[in-house]
Ligand binder design. Sequence first.
Ligand code: SF4
Ligand code: SF4
Length: 172
Amino acid sequence: MINIRDIIYRLFIGSWLQRFFPNITRNNYWTRFQLQDFTSAEWENLCDGCGLCCLYKFESQGGNKIEFTNVACRLLDCRTCQCNHYEARKKIVNDCVKIDLQLLNERAYWLPSTCAYRLLFENKPLFDWHHLISGDRNTVHDKGVSVRGWVIPETEVQEHEIQNHIIEVEQQ
Ligand code: SF4
Ligand code: SF4
């Protein structure tokens, strides 16, 4: 429920922070503030680095089912699970999808159910392996949540064969 304090915060302090201190991250911000009130640094820091959103996927007609594959975007480093050209990614990969509030509002289901953005959007807590909880960016890999070790780059697969690489990823 939004109260008068939230409205004042959003109208004044939130936009002021975003404008003058976009690089600031506040203590336990993911539990204290709404996604729309995050600074740019807080938003970026929320990503758990799993790499699941960088896999090829198929969406059923009507959009209620997403099938993931084990084929990764050509810019994904399959070992670190990081994008090799994050800042310029949209210029290199036209259909790279930016994770923002609009995407969450329109199709949060497109993201894996473990995705930190989707979890907060759905008012769910982060998992204990998330680096903001564990304090360690490796726990997402140690727990086997990330794509490390089981995906192949799209450069190794013929485009018409990608549909043969559908895998099971927990979806809700
Ligand atoms: S699925 Fe979500 S948490 Fe994982 S890399 Fe993509 S945006 Fe980050
Ligand atoms: S361009 Fe980068 S961020 Fe976008 S899908 Fe590819 S690896 Fe992921």
